[in-house]
Design a protein around this ligand. Sequence first.
Ligand SMILES: C[S@@+](CC[C@H](N)C(=O)[O-])C[C@H]1O[C@@H](n2cnc3c(N)ncnc32)[C@H](O)[C@@H]1O
Length: 203
Amino acid sequence: MKERLDAALAAMGLDLPGACREQLLAYLDLLRKWNKTYNLTAIHEPERMLTHHLLDSLAVLPYIGAERLLDVGAGAGLPGIPLAIARPGLAVTLIDASHKKVAFMHQAAIELGLDNVKAVHGRVEQLPAAPFPQIISRAFSDLSDFVRLTRPLLAEGGEWLAMKGLFPNEELAQLKGARLKRDIELAVPGLDANRHLIVLEAA
Ligand SMILES: C[S@@+](CC[C@H](N)C(=O)[O-])C[C@H]1O[C@@H](n2cnc3c(N)ncnc32)[C@H](O)[C@@H]1O
């Protein structure tokens, strides 16, 4: 698995230290173990976890700033935990409405020694307003709900990052209160699927 990770990171142009790579593999291992009991993700095969979860999450790394990131509906910590591992200086808040998923994220942060990660249990619309320069989500909701539910949490001049498959034409047409700032086509080694990072700003 280490060789596959190294080759994929090289293909993605991501030069991460050895200690980070070990943490990424340790996170995958934890996910695989917990998944047996708690069914945290529908993907169970380690090889697919590497491509569909780990590498897919890391594909957005070049577009993540240096300060604070909120990951909404993070589930098992995707994309927030791989990003926090890759950027130890980035403060990552993960929120999810599922208790068992938050318990996993919390435990993973402890076991991996990630002191830049905070896992919060609750619904994002109930989170007290605290400005984040970037708010990210993957497989959380359509763009309108993402923006509506998290608007009070976005710092002035901040941006939403929505990880999507196909370019979301219809969702963008219906979007209110935000506009498209940038569309980035992502390439994930071993993942033969459309991936777009949709960057939105307040309108
Ligand atoms: C399909 S999962 C995606 C998980 C992860 N982002 C991923 O890509 O694997 C969506 C997650 O959103 C969470 N969720 C749904 N509505 C929420 C809300 N209003 N606030 C916080 N989390 C929510 C669910 O509990 C679920 O874990």
